[in-house]
Design a protein around this ligand. Structure first.
Ligand SMILES: NC(=O)c1ccc[n+]([C@@H]2O[C@H](COP(=O)([O-])OP(=O)(O)OC[C@H]3O[C@@H](n4cnc5c(N)ncnc54)[C@H](O)[C@@H]3O)[C@@H](O)[C@H]2O)c1
Length: 269
């Protein structure tokens, strides 16, 4: 393990950090003593507002940069801007996400949930890798229980989150950490009370499917954001490279790496 679970004095980039869980992860990192947090988001007004609010409590420690995680030029520009500001970037949280399989949005959601995450991860590896002069670091990829449970009415979102999980598992394989000094962590969240869970019925690819599931997802059934953020913090502090964590139903976070490894081993040659 790279021993980077202490955020004190570290610099961090969070995509989709203007609102929802990303903004709460930013706040949690600052509370724990982070040196600087760069919030990247497509929503400019809310992003500036969130940064301004956080800077009131943590003066000068937060910057907002407008970034479309589904656009390569925007990613390149904003990543370079963060590095220019902080010089050494220690943590990248790939959090931006869209949950929408509808015909006009699914391609954009794949760009954000999957391609954008790959792009930020690759840039982070290049910047952080110790074998090429970097200082090591941590990449956290936000997946979902959608990566673990096939869901007929949201096959595209499920596929993008399964891709996140498998990408992170593959990237973190030995000797990656020994060579680079970088941890790659994955967290799978269950349904949690944020904007992403609103109007799900409208976000299906076909209105014929999913009524049973949607009837089960009520406001009361959603996990609160507090346990999700606590899960994220616990994972960040204790997780080893390549581990996978589960946070759902307001329960303490579970390290599900052994279950994932059992699955992979069952197909090993
Ligand atoms: N809330 C849940 O139930 C849940 C469950 C599993 C996984 N997740 C994952 O957690 C992450 C955070 O979700 P959330 O619940 O906070 O949702 P949210 O909708 O509240 O926040 C998502 C953030 O991503 C930003 N974003 C959207 N498109 C973007 C783009 N093109 N470029 C940059 N930023 C963009 C939004 O502006 C927003 O600030 C997502 O990856 C989501 O898939 C959430």
């Amino acid at each position: 393990m790279a021993g980077l679970g202490d955020i004190t004095g570290k610099t961090c980039l969070i995509t989709g950090g203007a609102s929802g869980l990303g903004a709460l992860y930013a706040e949690a990192f600052l509370r724990e003593g982070a040196k600087h947090v760069a919030i990247l988001d497509i929503v400019e007004e809310k992003g500036k507002e969130t940064a301004e609010q956080l800077n009131k409590t943590y003066p000068g420690k937060v910057t907002f940069i407008k970034c479309d995680v589904g656009d390569e030029y925007s990613i390149s520009k904003s990543f370079n801007q963060v590095v220019d500001t902080v010089k050494q970037l220690d943590v990248v949280i790939n959090n931006a996400g869209i949950f929408n399989d509808s015909p006009t949005i699914w391609r954009k959601s794949c760009d954000v949930n999957w391609q954008g995450l790959v792009s930020f991860s690759m840039r982070a590896v290049k910047h952080m890798r110790k074998d090429e002069g970097g200082a090591g670091g941590t990449i956290v990829n936000i997946a979902s229980v959608a990566a673990l449970r096939p869901t007929g009415c949201f096959p595209i979102y499920c596929g993008s989150k399964a891709a996140v999980l498998h990408f992170s598992q593959s990237l973190s394989q030995a000797p990656f950490e020994e060579e680079t000094g970088i941890r790659v962590l994955t967290i799978c969240l269950g349904p949690t009370d944020t904007a992403i869970m609103k109007n799900l019925a409208e976000k299906r690819y076909d209105k014929k499917f999913g009524d049973l599931l949607l009837n089960r997802i009520t406001e009361d059934s959603l996990q609160k954001t507090e346990p999700a953020v606590a899960a994220f913090n616990t994972m960040f502090k204790h997780a080893s490279n390549g581990s996978v964590w589960l946070s759902e139903d307001n329960q303490p976070v579970e390290d599900i790496t052994p279950k994932i490894q059992t699955f992979y081993k069952s197909f090993a040659k």
